[in-house]
Design a protein around this ligand. Structure first.
Ligand SMILES: Nc1ncnc2c1ncn2[C@@H]1O[C@H](COP(=O)(O)OP(=O)(O)O)[C@@H](O)[C@H]1O
Ligand SMILES: [Mg+2]
Length: 276
């Protein structure tokens, strides 16, 4: 299986934090087409790691490979044709003077022909529910609407690897679900599309292909969700919780009712228990 992202012994410090290492000897790999959740407390280094992957920050040491290419200052352009990050704060990302201009910005930068660009702006503004707002300026939009625009701007680029760094934090639960569905649709169309979700949503993490946990700048755990969350004590010892469905499964187990390891949702669990 070829890798979308490979990180080896990555280290990083912000200059302003003398003596403090923000990313400590972190190594992990992500296969092409995987949906990966990156979780951990605030300040654990998740956003810093996302910035390092897209070379928005320069590693102190270690290696990063994106789609097989070693990331360094010489191939930033190539890397940014492959990987894109949507960050939490949409104000720092809104570049255009209108929604339309903002979604078009990345496409213009990549010299996408005008006709194609108009088509893509239409398509992705519609998919994120912002097609009625194309001529609005950022100050006419809510935080959640700006997040939708930022998401459209990245999705329109047709990148192979997309990272959402708490990119839907200002949306209501329904909006979050809509965007998740959109990502799953895109992944269905392109099984090689790799998606990394930096999230506090443990339930989402449990549905991922892989979970990576950062703690104080170090990789704490990495693996399939069933294995990672199986070690309840290890998860709870850093103040994280285990998914609700797993809590139910564990409670059933205590009563002598075993359920299959691969059940990941309440719906699957109730179907199983009802013998469907
Ligand atoms: N621009 C910056 N300058 C200095 N320190 C920073 C900067 N950004 C983040 N940090 C520090 O780096 C650590 C990791 O932050 P961050 O990567 O934002 O974590 P997370 O995204 O997991 O909340 C924190 O201690 C934070 O205060
Ligand atoms: Mg962050």
């Amino acid at each position: 299986m070829s890798l979308a992202i490979e990180v080896k012994n990555l280290n990083f410090s912000y200059d302003s934090e003398e003596g403090v290492q923000t990313i400590k000897n972190v190594s992990f790999s992500i296969e092409k087409g995987q949906y990966v959740s990156l979780i951990g407390h605030n300040g654990s280094g998740k956003s810093t790691l996302a910035k390092l992957l897209a070379y928005l920050l320069e590693p102190a040491s270690g290696e990063i490979y994106v789609d097989g290419i070693r990331v360094n200052e010489k191939n930033i352009r190539e890397i940014r044709q492959t990987i894109g990050v949507v960050f939490q704060n949409p104000d720092n990302q809104f570049i255009g003077s209108t929604v339309e201009g903002d979604i078009a910005f990345g496409l213009e930068n990549r010299a996408v022909p005008r006709e194609k660009m108009i088509e893509l702006v239409k398509k992705y503004s519609r998919l994120v529910g912002m097609d009625k707002f194309l001529n609005k300026s950022p100050d006419e939009l809510s935080g959640g609407q700006k997040q939708r625009v930022a998401i459209a701007g990245i999705l329109a680029l047709g990148l192979k690897i997309i990272i959402f760094d708490e990119a839907t934090s200002m949306l209501d639960p329904e909006g979050v679900e809509d965007i998740k569905k959109l990502i799953f649709e895109m992944k269905k169309e392109d099984p090689e599309l790799t998606f990394v979700s930096i999230t506090h949503d443990i339930e989402e993490a449990y549905l991922s292909d892989k979970v990576i946990i950062l703690n104080s700048g170090e990789k704490y755990m990495e693996g399939v969700p069933e294995d990672v969350f199986a070690d309840e004590d290890k998860i709870k010892s850093i103040g994280l919780d285990i998914p609700f469905v797993l809590q139910v499964k564990n409670a059933l187990k205590k009563k002598g009712i075993e359920t299959p390891k691969n059940i990941r949702t309440i719906e699957e669990l109730s179907n199983y228990l009802c013998g469907k």
